[in-house]
Write a protein that binds this ligand. Sequence first.
Ligand code: NDP
Length: 492
Amino acid sequence: MENKKLTTASGRPYVEHENSMTAGERGPVLLQDYILHEKMAHFNRERIPERVVHAKGSGAYGTFTVTNDITPYTKAKLFSEVGKQTKVFLRFSTVGGEKGSADSERDPRGFALRFYTEDGNWDLVGNNTPVFFIKDAKKFSDFIHTQKRHPQTNLKSATMVWDFWSLNPESLHQVLILMSDRGTPFGYRHMNGYGSHTFSMINAENERVYVKFHFKTAQGIKNLTEPEADQMRTTDMDYAQRDLFEHIEKGEFPKWNLKIQVMTEAESRVAKVNPFDVTKVWPHKDYPLMDVGVLELNENPQNYFQDVEQAAFAPTHIVDGIGFSPDRMLQGRILSYPDAQRYRLGANYEQIPVNRCPFATNNYQRDGAMRIDGNGGSEPNYYPNSFDSIVVDQSYKEPALDLGEHVVADHYDRNGVGEDDHFTQPGNLYRIMTEEAKTNTVHNIVGAMSGIDGPKREEIIFRQLCHWFRADADLGMRIAKGLQVDVSKFMQ
Ligand code: NDP
């Protein structure tokens, strides 16, 4: 290996890296030791704001390869032909814990995937679950507060968590998945990823369909039971990071098979469940999975902070041929993700290598902290102008969204008539579980609900039990038994 000179950040080679300059052998340190200042001042600034959610994560680069033709649905260039490959970056994460928390916590897992396409970066910022706890982004901060620490005790609080969930039965579907052993997956390689929201696909004729994205693990589903997850917390709190990194280092590249479900716009108007409600899935028998391609992770980043910590995903980043849907959670995330990244990394976060589009970007954004891409050079910084060659390409125009004739803006109840069945789909899930999965799920729920305390304990437990009963009577009975609740009293 070739020797390199030790230098300051400005490139000046220097000698003394360990001893401060002092007035005399045992005297005070001199102000002019700028190397000391530079080392300490930079060290003080090593931490950037932790993500409010998804703080603990692991990431890797890889490749997406198209195996099946879906051009009848989308003109997105990354899907343009079978065999086409696109570079990707995928960041996994837990959600509620801080950056130093354990990988085996019961929590959804983030599955944030970036495709570096020639039409720009496409971020599919999903989870390992097909649904979410709430269906309107206006509820997000309230929900997340319950998953974090109590304002007085600074402790996690089962009371806050179940108080919120029991008052928001729309959470039930996601809570059941979380309480099954899929809430503690065996690392990141053995779980599925889902786009969760409904998105649009737009084809070359500018026709729109709605889609759901499913990434099915090729390694097979593997979970930790609750005792195994508890044990893992003490033996290796970073095991998911270690498992992912070491398998990629060994050349054992994890893979996922991408599949989509498709719904036409006409079908979306008469679908039995609101197709834009992220607390619901589209039943497979009505909307069968179609094969699309294979995702492979095959390259560990050389530097964790540079690529994983600074990775800044946003569902806002879509490409031609992929669009949004009226899903209220998705609409909220279109605002909140880039906003969070501008706060965390600065206005020019999209110039950091992992975030930078490797293809051309041309616009009139200028200046801001840490601008490093040439800042438009001497080109005009306004539009329209008579000097540059940036043109608007009309072929990228999305088809208009038909909202019907008499659309009235209002604060419509997300759980209004026809939108308030929070129980059928969780019940369906419970009923397809194996006996072992049911037993473990009930055990996990009883354990978690046993932590509810304080003067409202009974009220919260009764309210939540009611939801479990409405999903499935057997599920409700087994949880009530585990919590030693007198069901006859509860029935009154
Ligand atoms: P299917 O029998 O066709 O599908 C059931 C799905 O459930 C499979 O995709 C399976 O995933 C998944 N699954 C099994 N155990 C769990 C678990 N503990 N947590 C999360 N997912 C699990 O039935 P339907 O499409 O009619 O759906 C029935 C229920 O299955 C739904 O209400 C929903 O709760 C759940 N589900 C449905 C999905 C969908 O998109 N339709 C997606 C995921 C879950 P796998 O194949 O990977 O083992």
